[in-house]
Design a protein around this ligand. Structure first.
Ligand code: C2E
Ligand code: CA
Ligand code: CA
Length: 765
């Protein structure tokens, strides 16, 4: 029970803890997901914003360069562009104030002037000598449009350059084109800024085919790559999609992993020549922004969750250990470490459900003395030795426990008495020879055991429970019986004997109350007079009808009452009932018949016996002649004189005296001849044994006894007349009356009245 309770509590604890852990983990995961998604959102937003910022700076730079070029163009428009040498000098002068690589002027005929930084200005340049990218810019300018070229390799400067071009006007007319080239590194200043994403990112610039135009020195990807399609940036599956998106100048978000880390990136179109800003987030900026504390919070939370999980698991372990300890103390005997009686009673029904077996209760004879002689400590060590020896003697599927003091209980699988006996003998033998006490002293150790056997399994838990309780009770009865015997002894519980003892216990504890409550009833059995064929009288026989309607017969309680002395009271009570019955007949105008009452030895020798009987007949005012007192011949043993004296006094008062059960025991003819009795009742055993050879002689003897008794004036009644043959036999032998089932069983007084007393004619039997 306790175990179940603890298991239940533990199970609840485990479920509770698991739920809390699950909830905590879920919270942690959700929180992490939330943080990481906000981080991503924020990162994305931040990259976008930064890219936009850099884009606008690039556009601004381009605009500024165009502005410079346009101003120069206005200035050139006012000059004489025909004067080439002069023009060249002017341009060289102008370029010194700007950062262009080269400034060139081409007229509508394709003749040009070039001013390159660090070189002499060139007059007479031809448009056709210009790279195609430059040419298209010039062409656009001559058509009145300003433009910027794609990137190309300049032969003059051997650098990757691009070209701006603006038209030069004279009034309304385009008279030429002013172009300037610059290498792309002018953006490097913008793009190499270590401030990208607060230092946690960097920006490259790429062309619309994905070629790197400007690579940030802060790049995490160290390989020298040509395009974004090389290296770690894009998965093969993504490449086509990205190519398409680049062509369409779309913004692209993505992520690549490099050396085990993930990096989000953004490809943002600049809006000029298909250029793109390729922004990469290295994540470090997050540590410096508001995400730093969030990260700390996330880690702290994770730490707290882990700590809580640890604490809970630790708490669970503590609880489990505590429960185990609780079970240990609840189910074990602290002295020997054996299981205790509580545990034994719990295990027993579980076993009995599936198997029969024996329960043994074992005690040490005179244990308190042993403890007194050798001291408590030695006695306790001795109990521990019992436990150790018991462990050796029980099989694996058997068990035992220590009850109180020196009492041990065993459950053995055996159901055969002899096997149980020999196993227990082996155990007690070993104890008697091998304990500290028996080895070191000559103390005669002895055990006594009670055993109760259940022959087969019970089948259902309910039956097993009941059987277990019975066995535990019965084994104590058996132990009690074994205690009475000296030296080591094993007593098996006997169900029949126990039932008898149980009944005796009931009888003894209820007899006084039963007498007060009138539970002892008067039953009457008729006697037939063999000469007249009429009712001769009746014998009063007691019946005990208990409160719950159960009938107990005299054989079950009279011997006990004779032992405990209660028959004195009962016999007088029955004698009174007989007197009352006779009184009732007389009162009803019915001619009474004599009633015989059985008298026990104890009552018979009571000093005031005769006086008490006399008082009774006086009380009911009936003739004493109607009361016959049946006594047993055992009364005469050794005290014939005393008995005869009492008989004489009774006869003087008018009572008749009958010798009951003649021939049943050690009746001697001598006793019969010496007692002055009025009646003799032949025991029914004599009728039972009338057949056979030896009986012939018995019959002859009996016939003579009857004849002799008759001559002494003794009235002879034969008991146990069951058949017509029985009646014929007793008639032949010369009996005066017969009593037995042939005529009637003992019946209640009202039934007797109904059968014989209502009508004089009915008395013919
Ligand atoms: P008992 O005095 O020998 O009584 C005769 C017993 O034989 C009665 O048993 C009766 O029922 C039984 N019996 C009668 N006819 C037959 C028959 O044809 N065949 C057989 N087989 N049995 C027959 P019951 O009533 O059980 O009484 C048993 C004994 O208890 C009596 O033996 C008597 O000794 C004693 N007893 C009965 N009532 C009292 C009482 O009030 N006081 C005392 N002290 N003893 C009593
Ligand atoms: Ca009798
Ligand atoms: Ca009898």
């Amino acid at each position: 029970m306790l175990e179940e309770k603890i298991q239940r509590r533990l199970r609840r604890g485990v479920i509770f803890i698991s739920c809390i852990i699950a909830v905590l983990l879920l919270c942690g995961v959700l929180f992490s997901a939330f943080l990481s998604s906000s981080r991503h959102e924020a990162a994305r937003g931040q990259i976008s914003a930064e890219a936009e910022e850099y884009r606008s700076r690039i556009i601004k730079q381009l605009k500024a360069d165009f502005q410079t070029l346009s101003t120069l163009a206005v200035f050139l428009g006012s000059e004489d562009t025909g004067e080439k040498q002069q023009l060249a000098e002017k341009m060289e002068e102008a370029n010194e104030q700007n950062d262009f690589l080269t400034i060139a002027y081409y007229d509508t005929d394709g003749n040009g002037v070039l001013a390159t930084q660090g070189m002499e200005p060139a007059v007479g340049a031809r448009l056709s000598d210009l790279a195609p990218e430059g040419r298209s810019v010039v062409k656009a300018a001559l058509e009145g449009r300003r433009s910027v070229s794609r990137l190309f390799q300049s032969e003059a400067s051997d650098q990757r350059v691009f070209v701006y071009g603006v038209p030069v006007y004279d009034g309304e007319n385009v008279i030429g084109a002013l172009v300037a080239s610059d290498h792309i590194e002018i953006f490097s200043d913008i793009l190499s800024g270590s401030t990208v994403l607060a230092g946690g990112g960097y920006i490259h610039m790429v062309g619309s085919e994905g070629k790197f135009l400007v690579r940030s020195p802060n790049t995490v990807v160290k390989e020298d790559l040509n395009t974004i399609f090389d290296g770690p940036y894009l998965a093969d599956a993504e490449k086509e999609e990205v190519r398409e998106a680049l062509k369409n100048q779309e913004e692209i978000f993505g992520q690549f992993s490099y050396e085990g880390k993930e990096y989000p990136f953004l490809l943002e179109p600049v809006g000029v020549n298909g250029w793109y800003l390729f922004c990469v987030d290295t994540g470090e900026w997050l540590g410096m922004t508001s995400f730093g504390p969030a990260r700390v919070l996330q880690i702290t939370l994770l730490g707290i969750i882990l700590l809580m999980i640890f604490l809970m698991l630790y708490g669970y372990r503590l609880l489990r250990n505590y429960n185990n300890e609780l079970l240990q103390t609840a189910y074990h005997d602290p002295l020997t470490g054996a299981e205790n009686l509580i545990r034994f009673r719990q295990r027993l029904p579980e076993e009995l459900e599936h198997s029969g077996g024996s329960v043994v209760a074992l005690s040490v004879r005179q244990f308190p003395f042993l403890s007194e002689i050798f001291g408590r400590e030695k006695a306790e060590r001795f109990l521990c030795q019992i436990k150790e020896t018991a462990e050796k003697h029980v099989y694996r599927d058997e068990f035992f426990c220590r009850g109180a003091e020196d009492r041990f209980y065993f459950f053995l699988r055996e159901t055969d008495q002899e096997t149980v006996r020999s196993r227990l003998a082996a155990f007690t033998d070993e104890m008697e020879k091998n304990t500290e006490i028996t080895r070191t002293t000559d103390y005669q150790l002895a055990f006594y055991c009670g055993v109760a056997v259940l022959p087969s399994a019970c089948g259902s838990p309910k039956e097993a429970k009941a059987a277990s309780e019975n066995l535990m009770a019965h084994v104590l009865f058996a132990l009690d019986s074994a205690k009475g015997v000296h030296s080591s002894y094993i007593w098996f519980f006997d169900t029949e004997l126990h039932k008898k003892e149980e009944l005796e216990n009931y009888i003894e504890s209820h007899m006084h109350q039963a007498l007060r409550d009138g539970e002892f009833r008067l039953f009457l059995q008729p006697k037939k007079n063999l000469h007249s064929g009429t009712l001769d009288g009746a014998e009063a026989l007691v019946r005990w009808k208990t409160g719950d309607g159960k009938m107990i017969f005299p054989d079950q309680f009279i011997p006990l009452f004779e032992r405990n002395g209660f028959c004195v009271e009962l016999d007088l009570y029955m004698a009174e009932q007989a007197c009352r019955q006779i009184r009732s007949w007389i009162d009803r105008g019915i001619t009474p018949v004599p009633i015989s009452v059985n008298q026990s030895k104890l009552l018979f020798f009571e000093a005031d016996y005769v006086q008490r009987l006399t008082e009774l007949v006086k009380k009911y005012d009936i003739p004493a002649q109607l009361i016959t007192l049946e006594i047993l011949e055992g009364l005469a043993l050794g005290r014939v004189e005393e008995l005869n004296e009492k008989i004489a006094r009774l006869q003087a008062e008018g009572f008749r005296v009958s010798l009951d059960d003649f021939g049943s025991g050690y009746s001697s003819l001598n006793t019969l001849m010496r007692l002055n009795i009025d009646e003799m009742k032949l025991d029914r055993g004599f009728l039972l044994n009338t057949e056979g050879e030896g009986q012939e002689r018995a019959l002859v003897i009996m016939k003579h006894v009857i004849v002799m008794a008759g001559q002494l004036g003794i009235f002879i009644v034969a008991e146990g007349v069951e058949t017509e043959e029985d009646e014929q036999l007793i008639r032949k032998l010369g009996c005066d009356a017969g009593q037995g089932y042939l005529y009637s069983r003992p019946v209640s007084a009202p039934e007797f009245d109904e059968a014989y007393m209502k009508d004089e004619m009915k008395r013919y039997m």
